[in-house]
Design a binder for this molecule. Sequence first.
Ligand SMILES: [Zn+2]
Length: 273
Amino acid sequence: MPELPEVETVRRSLELHLVGQVVRAVHAQPVALRRPLEPALLTAALTKQSVLSARRRGKYLLADLGSGDRLFVHLGMTGRLTVCSPEAALAPHTHLRLGLENGRELRFIDPRRFGFVTILDRGAEDRDPSLARLGMEPLSPAFPDRLPQLVRPRSAPVKSLLLDQSLVAGVGNIYAAESLWRAGIHPARKGRCISVPRLEALGRHLQAVLGEAIEMGGTTVRDFATPEGGSGYFAIQLAVYGRAGQGCQRCGAKLKSRPIGGRATVWCGRCQR
Ligand SMILES: [Zn+2]
């Protein structure tokens, strides 16, 4: 499943390949994605519209159109966007093609159909049920200073709090586990039992691990490709995620594992407190 770094990689690719373009043609099939793909809505809202910007909120993508509407995309589990020649072979499960002014085509492909592409009216962004509940952006500069205010009023395990989308937008299991290991914080420690300086450090570690993954182009996911057509990949060294039973890279102790908040969790019992 695309994680925040992959979605950010897609956003950067859209900024290169979509922003500044005008949509000339819309080819869509009605299909039951997580939100139904509506050809008439997409055609009316997108045709002849210029694309002004490409933004990300959590794991959602938003493109501002000249009309004030937004193109609203979620990649779900297997969704991907590619920009290619209109002559390029159609991949199976291509649900939407947008012909662009520069002669290229933006395609949305989603075999498992947990993603969506739809339109938000001007002003609807703040009311959308998926967007309205999202918490703070972990990559915002103020995030490390704000993290204690989000975590310390709560008694849930800190890892569950990092994964709570209403507190922190877009963080998945990999990045929660890695940032807690880097910060030396036990994933089951209650939010209210962690000092402000340790939580500020956790916020900085989370930003660093996300930033490293973004720089590398995102996690390798079988069904993910950047719009240029290349595969995303995850080249940062994972210290704990997927390494249960192996040695801690910091102290050598055998890494422990158990579900926390219903999610598989790996940590070092010696250097995470
Ligand atoms: Zn250790």
